[in-house]
Design a protein around this ligand. Structure first.
Ligand SMILES: Cc1cc2nc3c(=O)[nH]c(=O)nc-3n(C[C@H](O)[C@H](O)[C@H](O)COP(=O)(O)O)c2cc1C
Length: 195
């Protein structure tokens, strides 16, 4: 069982990368059944999709995401939104998320960071069939909370507990969704683009 952590910032040395490292460490300590990897948008030069995009050039990335049974999205709030590169993933790789659970974690250097959560929940699931778990976590003042090495440097309290809670619930959903993906009604794919 594999959970892929998607770091949604295209900036080098981003806070979202640091948070992804921290969550990977936590995930390993929470479950020995899960393997994890990080899909960092700062390290992968993905073009914005257009209708002439040759998707075969992304076979390696498609394989990596296809092999995931669940996802953590670490998303910075930029201009009160999720970065376009995060939404672009659903254009390039939408089918890899099909009937898989995902945990949303958002980051802000200040006291923001809320807006990407409703945005992702509202607009990314229809064609992809991704399932966001009910728990999500906002990490504001992120640079005072998690270091560049992925160490939790603030006093551990609500946010740290919330991260562990979200990851633990994601692990259980990830196990359960394997069964859902193998069911007849899901395999039929009768309405491939949702409602
Ligand atoms: C283009 C851009 C827009 C931003 N807009 C916001 C914002 O709307 N709200 C907010 O709390 N922080 C905003 N920030 C600051 C981020 O919170 C900060 O960069 C933080 O470190 C998370 O982003 P990162 O993962 O790219 O480092 C913005 C940063 C950038 C680069």
């Amino acid at each position: 069982m594999k959970i892929t952590i998607i770091s949604g910032s295209t900036r080098q040395q981003s806070a979202s990368s640091n948070v992804s490292l921290y969550l990977q460490t936590q995930l390993k300590s929470i479950s020995s059944e899960v393997s994890t990897d990080i899909f960092d948008l700062a390290n992968i030069d993905l073009p914005m999709w257009d209708e002439n995009t040759d998707l075969t050039q992304f076979a390696e990335q498609t394989k990596q995401l296809n092999e995931a049974d669940g996802f953590v999205f670490v998303i910075p709030e930029w201009h009160g939104m999720a970065p376009p590169a995060v939404k672009n993933l659903f254009f390039l790789f939408g089918s890899v998320f099909r009937h898989k659970p995902a945990y949303l974690v958002t980051t802000s250097a200040g006291s923001g960071g809320r807006y990407p959560i409703p945005e992702m929940r509202m607009s990314t699931y229809k064609n992809s069939f991704i399932n966001y778990i009910p728990v999500n976590t906002v990490i504001d003042r992120v640079n005072a909370t998690i270091s560049a090495d992925g160490e939790y440097i603030a006093e551990k309290g609500f946010v740290a507990n919330r991260c562990d809670e979200g990851l633990s619930i994601l692990v259980e959903y990830t196990k359960a969704f394997k069964q859902i993906r193998s069911s007849d009604i899901v395999m039929e794919k009768r309405f491939p683009n949702g409602v």
